[in-house]
Design a protein around this ligand. Sequence first.
Ligand code: ZN
Ligand code: ZN
Length: 181
Amino acid sequence: MEKQLNGIFREWMRVEQADETAPPVIWGHCVVHLSHPEFSGNVLHTSGVLAIVQHASFLVAETRNHYYALLGPELEMPAGVEFDPMTYVTQQRGEPRRTDAWASAAMNADRNCAHCGGTGLYRYDERHVAICDRCCKHNQGWWQLEGAYGADNGRWACKAGCGTIVDAPPLELNFLPRALI
Ligand SMILES: [Zn+2]
Ligand SMILES: [Zn+2]
């Protein structure tokens, strides 16, 4: 099987494994996860990383089965303290970037979608683009509408920004089980 890009990480950190001969794993904020789109937007880790290669503006990490793009920034592991990598990366997370939402939409899009042409985005007037609601996997969580939303107050909107609104948010998945090395 040919290795393919499986995800894109923002803030990320190398973590050595307890068994020192095992390759390090990377914990990071996953902008988009291609095998499991429902995990996008969470802090995840890879399996053991065999190599990290510098490209023009990002790094590519290679595991036994996949590649991951690391947009960064890379986080330094705090020295000499017990810590939980998922919590640490969550604390170091920067502001969400709009272009990350677009990258996620593009990578999750149905290539044959007639609405967005397979890009995950469509232009609805001169100055605005929107996330395609037909391609959106609604995988970045939900926020509750309060205030000026009329009949939709108390309902939940897709955080990816596609405009989908539901009565109750589906259960959230938080964690990708570690792949076997
Ligand atoms: Zn679409
Ligand atoms: Zn959505």
